[in-house]
Design a protein around this ligand. Structure first.
Ligand SMILES: [Zn+2]
Length: 343
């Protein structure tokens, strides 16, 4: 049993979970908003070997169980409803949750939407719009695929001559190489990231050839259909760059371009934004200012926690990341005790 599982069990058996729910209802710990962060809902084989299984947040069965629980115990809302709430003089329920999905993987169509519809639940999906248009692999999945498929037993990159060659003989070594590369690329300037990705493809000798009838992302036609059925979309830039690395002009283009495209496709106002990568260093005061000027009312980061809406910056909302190793018990306790049950 993991430490998280043990801690969740202890909280559960002590009765703290149900007490906390009652406590929050009676005393009205108002305006607490928990935002759940998902990437993919799938079985590992659903990615046809092209998508990194580490981005699976839950299997369809786990997600079904989680949404069933949420609809019974929490008030599910969305950012556009939150925006309307003060105008309608509605108080945010003390137990409000927003379900979010990053990037716009096709799982949203295949697995997420049918489960949301079954439970009459709502969610917000953040789209990186250029990837929706091109249907190409996200850059991190490209890294995963190249390192998994290559027949080379080590990797050297000319632009990272300071690195020792990365061994690729075993699965563990390939996983280690992938983690190192992705961590580096998450902070690299845009141009350098593109250059390293080109070099990686050349050095590994791997060409990405997706099956003709399969793509990793939603299509715009699917986005329009889902929007008409009530799914909400937020922006996640056009190309998923690290925003702090961009010039003012490029930053404004990424924000406005993605917001405008989603609004044009769906006919809906786009009120929320998700900072790519979202860790410290991936956003700052200048980026936040640009997000505000672009007209976004809410923005989410990767930092862990729930939000006290009367005290928090709506353009730096924290989230709770959902992981496939989360049992339903851990999932429940993470929502109630985010300070104790972290990733
Ligand atoms: Zn993302």
């Amino acid at each position: 049993m993991s430490k998280r599982e043990a801690a969740a069990g202890l909280l559960h058996w002590s009765g703290a979970g149900s007490l906390s729910l009652v406590w929050q209802r009676i005393l009205g710990r108002r305006e607490k908003l928990a935002i759940l962060a998902y990437h993919r809902v799938a079985e590992p084989e659903d990615g046809f070997g092209f998508l990194d299984e580490e981005l699976i947040s839950a299997t369809p069965a786990q997600f079904d169980e989680q949404i069933s629980y949420l609809t019974q115990h929490y008030h599910l809302t969305t950012f556009s409803q939150l925006q309307k709430a003060p105008q309608e003089k509605q108080k945010l329920s003390p137990l409000s949750v927003i379900i979010t999905f990053d990037d716009g993987y096709r799982d949203v169509w295949d697995a997420v939407w049918p489960i949301l519809r079954k439970h009459k639940a709502q969610a917000v999906v953040f789209l990186a719009t250029d990837y929706i248009t091109s249907g190409e692999l996200f850059w991190w999945d490209k890294v995963y695929y190249c390192l998994k498929q290559t027949s080379k037993d080590k990797l050297s990159l000319k632009s990272r001559a300071d690195w020792q060659p990365l061994p690729l003989t075993t699965d563990t070594e390939r996983h280690r190489a992938k983690t190192k590369l992705i961590q580096y690329l998450k902070q690299a300037p845009d141009g350098e990231r593109r250059q390293i990705l080109d070099e990686l493809a050349a050095e590994t000798g791997v060409k990405v050839a997706l099956p003709p009838d399969w793509r990793p992302t939603l299509t715009w036609a699917e986005v329009r259909k889902l929007s008409r059925k009530g799914l909400e979309f937020g922006a996640h830039t056009m190309t998923h760059p690290i925003l702090t690395q961009l010039s003012d002009e490029a930053l404004a283009r990424e924000l406005q371009g993605s917001r405008h495209r989603i609004s044009e496709e769906t006919g809906q106002a786009v009120v929320s934004f998700c900072y790519p990568v979202g860790i410290e260093g991936a956003y700052d005061e200048r980026v936040r200012g640009a997000v505000e000027r672009c007209g976004f009312k809410f923005a989410v980061v990767a930092g862990h926690g729930v939000n006290n809406m009367s005290a928090v910056d709506p353009l730096a909302l924290r989230r709770l990341r959902v992981a496939p190793r989360d049992s339903l018990l851990v999932f429940k306790q993470k929502l109630l005790f985010p300070q104790w049950i972290r990733y």
